[in-house]
Design a protein around this ligand. Structure first.
Ligand SMILES: *[C@@H]1O[C@H](CO)[C@@H](O)[C@H](O)[C@H]1NC(C)=O
Ligand SMILES: *[C@@H]1O[C@H](CO)[C@@H](O)[C@H](O)[C@H]1NC(C)=O
Ligand SMILES: *[C@@H]1O[C@H](CO)[C@@H](O)[C@H](O)[C@H]1NC(C)=O
Ligand SMILES: *[C@@H]1O[C@H](CO)[C@@H](O)[C@H](O)[C@H]1NC(C)=O
Ligand SMILES: *[C@@H]1O[C@H](CO)[C@@H](O)[C@H](O)[C@H]1NC(C)=O
Ligand SMILES: *[C@@H]1O[C@H](CO)[C@@H](O)[C@H](O)[C@H]1NC(C)=O
Length: 708
């Protein structure tokens, strides 16, 4: 009796002891290093481990099969941590292998952090073949991946997670659930894993709490190759009977948080802004030179507290706040001699207390020197990209074996430079959505001379890109008609928006700029058209909001919403559908603000999206308040910018002669006079109060009509 009482006491004590420490995932990659005259080859292993709670490591790698040599390892070095919440560390291990044959390292432990499926034990297993590949004449390099220490997503916002699946040998990488020997272990019935892209997609609802993911990454060659062991025996890896060259673990946890107010990027969850690298980008760093990665993220409804980073040890992180809820992190890493030729994954996400941005991962490749840095120049034109590469910077590279992504597009050259020009939708140029920019990318690759043996190390491959802002803002002059706004910035492309008032519903004849401010009678129809002038192919214009204000300031304290969150708010608005996706024409009945304002300005926030991009704001259309909460499809949109046109000067109608600017009106006609009078006088009071309080409030259309 006494014994069991004591036991209970101990258990409850243990439970009460602060945050539990638990395994929270790990990832492994390996790469061969030096080869010694005695025939031995160094194999380098890099292992990252995440823990929940304070930093700790449960891992102890052992040789499970094959001859692994003597594994020398560093102590785990903490690479990122948030005090007692989560931690990630990296361990470097080296061994000399003397026999070219398969080997397996493994590590297992008892204790995943508490999770919804009650998964306890974990096992990490790494399969290596140290034999010589027939295509690279070197041992295979493993796929490269990583994950941030603590992925957390509000329940209503979980949609998909893009994992990194890079391969240094350009092999095809496949991701699988690690369930080789059990029927039901840690599978996720409501999650679909796309093996080729290594993307997790939600297919049903997930319970709140921690879910563990135990994946393995395998690499498969893209052509028939052999791997030769030290006895000269060749193992065939044929395309028609694919077998993996290696296998590495990628384990992580996803914490599903209680549902949040909404999932709108930049509003309820942080969105990553340029120049944050895109998922899958490849950076080039050089030994001994500091390499910087800039991350920028924004949110309006709360604040970003940190960026979680999974990176190599010795990578530093500094944070800096900017205006409008923007936080910037600068990651700096100086590769050492031992990092030469490594492909280092770096993953990151921006954290608020209750949400997280998408996770992105990039690769940093380490070379001896930055040969190409500063010697390739990219020019972004309105509808084309040009690249000029100095031949001197490509020493040892035969430029006749260089090509763009689409090999039918040719590069030209003069004595000193290699030149390429391509339009935005040719030559294999691809388009990416970075949140606030549309990015066009291409690359120059070397291809193999079919009659010569070229090793991969002597080849070049470098990407270049042009970014075009998705949104442009117009700041207007007081009375003058605004000319088209042109966004120009060095190394950025340009495009413009126009916002015009037209004379009739054909939307052909613009009101002459000299006639501004445009005189309109109340109740008269006003025809307005917004158009994006861009040579970007395949884009869609989306008008997210239009707001009338009595002064030339979209953030005026007095305003009236015509379109809000993509929804038509005004009863009289008619949108004229156009077959041209970069045009938006609409008409609306004239009104004016009460309280002595004669002029009306219309400001609209506009967004350009890639045509057919299902996750973009354009595809979402009207997001009503309730729909916003339900919405799960997460868009890629960010900051709001405005284009403004006006002023419209409201003329009094003849039967309105008795009214005056103080706002008390004599209605001469129509039904509803008394109601109208009542409303209008209340409105004047409201406007007055609102104005004095300097607080922004929307006002009903009824209140704005100063006559009927
Ligand atoms: C591997 O072997 C070579 C020569 O045999 C030696 O110089 C080197 O230090 C060894 N490396 C490790 C990690 O044991
Ligand atoms: C899975 O099963 C096979 C054969 O039954 C065995 O060789 C292998 O070691 C097992 N792997 C694990 C992870 O238990
Ligand atoms: C790969 O090898 C198989 C035979 O093992 C052969 O049928 C196939 O054509 C080869 N493929 C290529 C691309 O050489
Ligand atoms: C970490 O950085 C310091 C200073 O930059 C350097 O002296 C040290 O060698 C680095 N450590 C490793 C393991 O790269
Ligand atoms: C080659 O073209 C580049 C880019 O147009 C130019 O800067 C360079 O001066 C040219 N070199 C020669 C030798 O004409
Ligand atoms: C406006 O109306 C008020 C009250 O009816 C009157 O006192 C005032 O003189 C009028 N002002 C003008 C400019 O007509």
């Amino acid at each position: 009796m006494a014994h069991s009482a004591m036991l209970l006491l101990l258990i409850s004590l243990a439970l009460a002891l602060g945050p539990a420490v638990g395994f929270y995932g790990g990832s492994m990659m390996f790469t061969p290093g030096n080869r010694f005259p005695d025939g031995s080859v160094e194999m380098h292993f890099y292992y990252r481990e995440s823990s929940r709670g304070p930093c700790s490591s449960q891992v102890n790698w052992i040789c499970e099969s094959g001859s692994c040599g003597i594994l020398t390892k560093t102590e785990p070095v903490v690479t990122d941590t948030a005090e007692n919440l989560w931690c990630q560390s990296e361990t470097h291990m080296v061994t000399n292998v003397t026999s070219y044959a398969p080997l397996t390292l493994s590590s297992s432990g008892c204790c995943w952090a508490d999770n919804v499926h009650g998964v306890g034990g974990w096992t990490l297993r790494t399969h290596v073949d140290t034999g010589r590949r027939s295509d690279t004449q070197a041992p295979n390099r493993s796929p490269v991946s990583a994950a941030i220490p603590s992925i957390k997503i509000p329940q209503n916002c979980f949609h998909s997670i893009h994992l990194l699946a890079h391969d240094p040998d350009d092999d095809v990488v496949k991701c699988r659930f690690n369930d080789a020997n059990c029927t039901d272990c840690h599978r996720h019935p409501n999650i679909n894993l796309q093996e080729e892209s290594c993307t997790l997609r939600k297919e049903g609802s997930l319970n709140q709490g921690v879910h563990v993911f135990e994946l393995i990454l395998e690499d498969y060659p893209i052509s028939n190759i052999t791997v030769t062991d030290d006895n000269g025996v060749s193992n065939a890896h044929n395309l028609d009977n694919p077998t993996a060259l290696s296998q590495v673990p990628l384990q992580f946890a996803v914490e599903i948080l209680p549902p949040s107010q909404g999932c709108v990027p930049s509003v309820n969850k942080p969105s990553l802004l340029s120049p944050t690298p895109l998922h899958g980008d490849v950076h080039h760093a050089a030994v001994g030179e500091a390499h910087e990665i800039t991350l920028r993220a924004q949110i309006s409804d709360s604040s970003i507290v940190d960026f979680q980073v999974s990176g190599p040890f010795n990578m530093s992180k500094t944070l800096k706040s900017e205006s409008n809820g923007v936080l910037v992190a600068t990651l700096t890493w100086t590769p050492q001699e031992t990092d030469l030729y490594r492909r280092v994954p770096v993953c990151f996400a921006a954290d608020t207390l209750h949400s997280q941005s998408e996770m992105r991962c990039i690769i940093v490749t380490v070379a001896k020197t930055r040969v190409l840095s500063g010697e390739a120049k990219v020019l972004c034109e309105d509808n084309s990209i040009s690249i000029v590469v100095s031949k001197a910077s490509m020493d040892g590279i035969d430029q006749s074996w260089l090509q763009l992504r689409d090999p039918t597009c040719s590069l030209s050259s003069n004595e000193t430079h290699i030149l390429g020009t391509m339009s935005l939708n040719t030559c294999g140029t691809t388009m990416d959505d970075s949140g606030d920019f549309i990015i066009f990318k291409n690359e120059i690759n070397s291809f193999e001379n079919p009659n010569a043996v070229i090793t991969r190390r002597n080849q070049v491959k470098f990407g270049f890109s042009c970014q075009y802002p998705k949104m442009a803002s117009v700041s207007n002059r007081y009375v003058n008609h605004k000319s088209d706004y042109i966004f120009t910035e060095s190394s950025f492309g340009t495009f413009s928006y126009s916002f015009e008032i037209f004379t009739d519903s054909s939307f052909n004849k613009k009101v002459d700029p000299s006639l501004y401010p445009v005189q309109v009678e109340l109740m008269e129809l006003i025809y307005m058209g917004i158009e994006a002038h861009t040579s970007l192919p395949e884009v869609t214009l989306f008008v997210e909001s239009c707001r009338a204000t009595p002064e030339d300031n979209p953030f005026s304290a007095v305003f009236y919403d015509i379109i809000k969150d993509g929804c038509n708010m005004d009863d009289t608005i008619i949108v004229h559908q156009s077959s041209d996706s970069t045009k938006y024409d609409f008409e609306i009945q004239a009104f004016k603000f009460t309280g002595g304002f004669d002029e009306v300005y219309i400001s609209c926030s506009v967004i350009l999206c890639a045509k057919g991009s299902i996750n973009s704001r354009c595809a979402q259309g009207c997001l009503s308040e309730s729909a916003r909460r339900r919405r799960r499809d997460v868009s890629q949109e960010t900051a709001r910018h405005y284009i403004t046109q006006g002023p419209l000067r409201m003329l009094r109608q003849t039967h309105d002669a008795a009214s005056n600017d103080s706002g008390f009106l004599h209605m001469s006609t129509s039904t509803g006079v008394f109601a109208g009078l009542f409303v209008v006088s209340i409105a004047v009071l409201v406007v007055f109060l609102v104005y004095n309080a300097r607080r922004a409030r929307p006002i009903d259309r009824m209140h704005l009509l100063s006559t009927f």
